[in-house]
Design a protein around this ligand. Structure first.
Ligand SMILES: [Zn+2]
Ligand SMILES: [Zn+2]
Length: 221
């Protein structure tokens, strides 16, 4: 028996024969009902950013292309009601335990970027004081992935409190640690990709200082 990290219900542990055979401990953190409500990115999605779309590039990516900016984004799940509930518990109610929910999936997805340096999207010092943790670093730590926190963030209004237009027009809110060398290949990691504005701002700062290839990854899109 185990307690589901999300709904707190007790669940029977499912163990596959192969796992018993290999004496592998299955890391189960969600009950079947919670797990089933997450929507993995499959089917008709934009090839550039994973948004649900019948056309590629999608409308968001068209906007960036018109600005002369590339999008190369990978995400794990669509942003549906269940995801919204998850992020509300994790980020806004500060349930740090929830960083572990997607550990296995994050580890697997990021293992494809072996020659890339992982750079988490930062939160401002003020936000850190308020929340007590950076939610992206929480994901990376839970997945036992090493990263380089070279990006820093000025304090500003929460992205989630802004309208779509306000987000797209946000002025630069990132800066870099002083006297550090910038890796050539970077994968930026964020929690949620909405318009892509955050990633583009972070990219601009890193490119200016010499990064050559920058891709991005998020739990949700
Ligand atoms: Zn559950
Ligand atoms: Zn797109």
């Amino acid at each position: 028996m185990f307690r589901c990290l999300l709904c707190q219900e007790m669940s029977q542990k499912r163990q596959l024969f192969s796992e018993i055979f290999l004496l592998k401990k299955k890391v189960t953190s969600l009950c079947q009902s919670c797990e089933a409500q997450y929507e993995p990115i499959t089917g008709s999605v934009c090839q550039f950013c994973c948004k649900k779309s019948h056309v590629s590039p999608c409308s968001d990516c068209c906007y960036w292309q018109e600005q002369g900016k590339d999008v190369e984004h990978q995400a794990l799940y669509h942003y549906n009601d269940k995801m919204k509930e998850y992020f509300s518990l994790y980020k806004f109610h500060g349930d740090y335990c929830l960083r572990k929910v997607f550990a296995k999936e994050v580890k697997l997805a990021l293992s494809e970027y072996l020659d890339y340096t992982i750079v988490p999207i930062p939160i401002s010092h003020e936000r850190y004081e308020e929340r007590g943790f950076n939610q992206v670093i929480g994901f990376l730590d839970a997945a036992d992935i090493s990263y380089h926190p070279i990006l820093k963030k000025y304090h500003s209004q929460k992205q989630s409190e802004k309208t779509k237009n306000e987000r797209l027009k946000t002025l630069q809110s990132f800066y870099l640690e002083q006297h550090i060398s910038i890796p050539e290949k970077i994968i930026l990691v964020d929690d949620i990709y909405t318009t892509g504005a955050t990633i583009q701002l972070a990219k601009a700062v890193l490119m200016k200082k010499g990064a050559k290839t920058i891709k991005s990854f998020s739990i949700s899109r």
